[in-house]
Design a protein around this ligand. Sequence first.
Ligand SMILES: [Zn+2]
Length: 188
Amino acid sequence: MDTPPFLEAHLRAGKSLFSSGAIGEILFSEGTYQIEIKEKKRGAFWPFLQLSDTGELQDFFCSCSSAEKKKSCPHLAAAYYAIFKGEKAPLHVRFRESLWNVLCNLASRRHGYDAKGLKGNQKSGYLAVSGSGKEIFSIKALNEKAKGKLNEILFHRVLETEELFFGESGKFKRGLLRLQYAVEKDLG
Ligand SMILES: [Zn+2]
C-alpha cells in the first residue's frame, strides 16, 4: 500500500474512521469502488475511488465540501485504508484471486446465475441440488438482519451497471455501481 495523495490531517482522521468501525458497505467492480463511510455526526458519505490492479489511485472524489475544495478528505482516506486493510494488493485483486470467488464462479456456472434455480425458502434456507438430487450448496440466514440481506442479494440484486447519477448541483449522489458485492470479512 502506497501513501495516498491526501492531506496529512485527513490521513489521520481517515485512519481513525477506519479503525473505529465507520466503514459500511463496500461496493466495487474491478478497481472501481464506492464505499460507505458512516460519520457519527454527519451521517454517511460515499466516496468514489478508482485503482489499478497494482494499487495506483487513478481517480477519486467525495461529495463533502473538503473534497471539493482540497481534493482530499477523511472519507477518501478511510476508504483507501478499507481497500487495502494493510495488505499489499487492493481488495478487488484479493477478491479476484480468492477461493470464494473461484468456488462461487464454479457453482454459478453449474447452477445458473438466477436464484430461481434454488430450492427452499427464507425459513428453511435455500439450496442447489445436482441432477441426481445431491445437495451441492445451501445457505441459510440466522437472524432478521441477515435474512433481509440474503433476500436482497438473491432476489433484488441490482444488475451490473456503472452509471453514476449527478444531482442538479452537479454533486455526486449515491447512484450506483452495484456489482460484485463483496462481504469484506470473507476475504480476511
Ligand atoms: Zn469526503
